[in-house]
Design a protein around this ligand. Sequence first.
Ligand code: GLC
Length: 427
Amino acid sequence: MTKYIDEAKAILAANDRGGYTVPTDRLYPFQWNWDSAFVAMGFAAYDIDRAYRELERLAEGQWTDGMIPHIVFHQPSDSYFPGPDVWRTNHVIPTSGITQPPVFAMALRKIYETAVATGSVENKRTLTLYEAALKWHRWWYSARDPEGTGLVALLHPWESGSDNSPAWDVALARVATTTETPVVRKDIGHVNPQMRPRDEDYGRFIHLLDTYAACGWDPVEQWQQAEFKIADIQTSAILLKAGEDLHYLAAVLGRAGEADEIAVLNERTRQALKAQWRSHLSRFVSRDLLAGEDVVAATQAGFIPLLALDLDEATADAAAAEMRRWCKGMKVVFPTTEPLSASFEAKRYWRGPAWAIINWLLIEGLHRNGHAGFAAELRQSTISAIETEGFAEYFDPKTGEGCGGLGFSWTAAAYIALEKADSSAIQ
Ligand code: GLC
């Protein structure tokens, strides 16, 4: 509805800090990687120039080795911990030292296609951003899959974007809670501590950060020292979907050699992801590389591969049926943890709540795999939750209550994208 679209646009305008968008004021006062990619897709619906700009400002933080960090600290702020002094990455524009899901190339294709359709494409800008994305995808494969398995690994839970997901509980329990850096949490001064990760998890998050800082942020050294190493299906699926989009862009930009290179990487990831399907669970699973075990915790990540795979009908139906089972009795879907599992907490961040951007990915995945009706329901649930509760960071799936930070950028972007798309053609 126009009223809410206007509100969503007003949130993006209010969170603009000069060509980039903060996730929300105070709680997250810098540029976050995958937030900005989703935001760029929101902008693509009404302001192509601003959409390009969002990605360009994110690419300013790119490291020489290709990594695009999870936070770019364009301007100082004292309302967030850990800041640049803790990360110690020594970059000209201060950044964090870890990364986040590579939604970037998905956004770039969206911008490019919309720009072509409206006659506003800018070749030079597209090419520069394409090159940044390609460099980043190469980094993922060399730094985070040195053995060439096809799945990329996370060395820190924050890299998943699902910070305190039950998926990390077993692996994270092996990490010490002791830190070299004093932990001075600022998040719980902004929002209810009951909704945030627990203190012991924060100790572990910072312990890992200290370990990698001591490696001088060298990817090879970090790979050897890592006390947390998960070949993650959510990130790998996003990398593959973004890889498909990168392949498309390489072709339209006349980069045939690079298109071939990307196709080979995509195919390896496609096969590796398919192999993570577990029929007895009716979902995909990540792999804990240090323990040599599947990550069996029931989280939304198990269905994200639908975004990037064309499953056979029986597999797609089994995944959709399992997803429906999780939705039973929920006021707002999709819960990020299976509601009947012991780890489910309706209000605590990534341990149950519904997130608009996760729904956006799942909606696309359901469409791709022949479940347009279910996709439409998920879309409607997301739109209604936002219209009822506002542009909250996330939603309690049992009560529908909006939680966490308010005036949230990616919720606004998701609303714009989902509202604009008719239910048969989400993209
Ligand atoms: C939290 C979320 C992460 C997000 C960031 C900024 O850390 O877990 O996914 O990117 O906040 O919104």
